[in-house]
Design a protein around this ligand. Sequence first.
Ligand SMILES: [Zn+2]
Length: 211
Amino acid sequence: MSKFNKTPFTANVWDLMHQPGELRERELDIVVPEKMGEGLVAVQAGATLEVDARLESLHDGILATVRVDTEASGVCGRCLKDIEMPVRVEFAELFAYSLDEAFDYQVEADHVDLEPLIRDAVVLALPFQPVCRPDCPGLDPVTGERLEDLPERAPQEEFDSRWSALTGLLGQSGSGAHAETGSDQTDREASTDTATDGETPSASPTEREKS
Ligand SMILES: [Zn+2]
């Protein structure tokens, strides 16, 4: 109790305590003291939390029903463009007069401290994969350019260079396919039943384990 500090997130409830049925509503604009969230978007320090708090005296303690509106900013998870998005969270929590296992929060020095609750609710509400718009096309996987800025281009298919030799062979089918690899090897009797393995240049085909 001695470590209680008054902050913009704390509200004095002295006049409500042990007065079941008493109610007070408060509107607070709180400047975020330090960033909320560690992901691609966060509520940055200096942003404003518009807090609507309803404090109600119950038999066991003070029930806080809170709504917070604020704005998160960061980058789109696909195209890395700067984005801002509104965040709204709502929660209700009882601050007990005496701490027991039933309640996680307690009235301290005639105050309730909304900061941990607001912080947790806001951080949980932040999207894990924020996007600037639902159909954001993201970045070109090859060039890293923002596809939205290049509307005429579809994402390039990644070309697998391992197939280029095969494409060349297909182009000259019928000419006997002078493959550079393996043409002078003597052990060729297995070639008929392994035709489908033909693309895989095997360095030593002498140890075929076909039965
Ligand atoms: Zn985007």
